[in-house]
Ligand binder design. Structure first.
Ligand code: SAM
Length: 333
């Protein structure tokens, strides 16, 4: 029997998500980042039966086991999404719409050259706070003192939140349902550090939700065959604004050529195929359309537009008679 359930991911959800539609009614939104085994998702679901609980994870194993738990236990008010927290918060949630955010035992990334991967860094803290509604709360737990100190520094210095505790953190949160990491930390004698902050009415950095654009395309007259175009291809690296592009290699087919591309943007990284397709609709021979292939569930970000422009610009260099016929691309943020 085939499993026809569509797993929710940053690639198949609309940007932003209509959460009332997802949960069947407008509910306060509670987000848990990196839910691991999912014990805390269950706890949130039961403690807040009228809320919509959204779990964000990057581990497929965790997602699958949470989905099984949700089905087995009938956790009707929980949805889990395959996405990094950074990407999901930027693309799926409007500013000021989340009631609670929970972060339990985030990966510490101990090595200095891995610090940029930490969830708790200034840009992410601004994003987290921007997603909370005034009065909304941010909870974090860790068993790593250095991470606790970092969290304290970041949260105590940022505008728009107040500490709900009389001290930077507490070592005990009575009534908590322990997570897997928490249980292990306590068993191994490590102290836990708990944070509880609330968003105030003070203004915070406005970070608008990152919406999807229309898919880009460009149509060109190129007096060369597809094999001739493919033979001239060499990898191209480029950066535009804060987008990093890498056109890596070309694959030649019957009526198209696909270019494998990496598109790195501050909020999302995509690995896509950009096609150069022989254009069937036009009257001119040697007409090609450049557009993102549907392989790999690409999303029409600004970076995707820049990538199509990069391939278009390369085609324009191939022959003196290449002409741009029409296009739908965005070249500026
Ligand atoms: C140390 S484990 C903690 C798991 C669970 N919260 C607990 O306390 O037992 C960190 C979890 O965060 C997930 N994770 C790591 N980076 C993430 C990110 N950027 N966005 C969402 N989840 C992430 C990992 O897959 C892992 O399940």
């Amino acid at each position: 029997m085939t499993n026809s359930v569509q797993h929710l991911s940053i690639h198949n959800l609309p940007w932003p998500v209509d959460w009332a539609g997802v949960f069947g009614a407008a509910r306060p939104l509670i987000v848990e980042i990196g839910f691991g085994r999912g014990a805390y998702l269950r706890h949130l679901s039961q403690k807040y039966p009228d809320s919509g609980i959204v779990g964000l994870e990057i581990s497929n194993r965790c997602l699958q086991s949470a989905e099984r738990m949700m089905a087995r236990e009938g956790l009707y008010n929980v949805r889990v999404i395959h996405a990094t927290a950074e990407t999901a918060l930027a693309h799926l949630f409007e500013a000021g719409t989340v009631s609670q955010i929970h972060i339990n035992f985030p990966d510490p990334w101990f090595k200095t050259d891995h610090h940029h991967r930490r969830l708790m860094r200034a840009a992410n803290v601004a994003l987290l706070i921007s997603r909370l509604r005034p009065g909304g709360a941010l909870f974090l737990a860790t068993d790593i003192q250095e991470y606790a100190e970092l969290t304290d520094t970041l949260l105590s210095q940022v505008d728009g939140v107040e500490n709900l505790l009389p001290q930077p953190w507490t070592h005990d949160m009575p009534g908590r349902t322990p997570t897997k990491y928490e249980t292990a930390a306590r068993r191994e004698g490590r102290m836990c550090y708990y944070f509880a902050y609330r968003r105030t009415d003070a203004p915070v950095a406005h970070i608008p939700v990152n919406k999807e654009l229309e898919m880009p395309h460009a149509v060109l007259h190129v007096p060369l065959s597809l094999p001739e175009i493919a033979a001239r291809f060499a990898p191209i690296k480029a950066a535009r604004e804060d987008v990093h592009l890498h056109l890596m290699q070309a694959f030649l087919g019957e009526s198209s050529m696909l270019v494998e591309a990496h598109i790195g943007e501050p909020t999302i990284r995509q690995h896509v195929m950009i096609g150069i397709y022989r254009y069937a609709g036009g009257t001119e021979p040697d007409t090609y359309t450049v557009q993102i292939s549907t392989i790999g569930q690409p999303r029409a970000t600004l970076g995707a537009h820049f990538a199509v422009c990069l391939l278009r610009d390369w085609l324009l260099t191939l022959h003196p008679e290449v002409r741009l016929l029409h296009q739908k691309v965005q070249e500026q943020p």
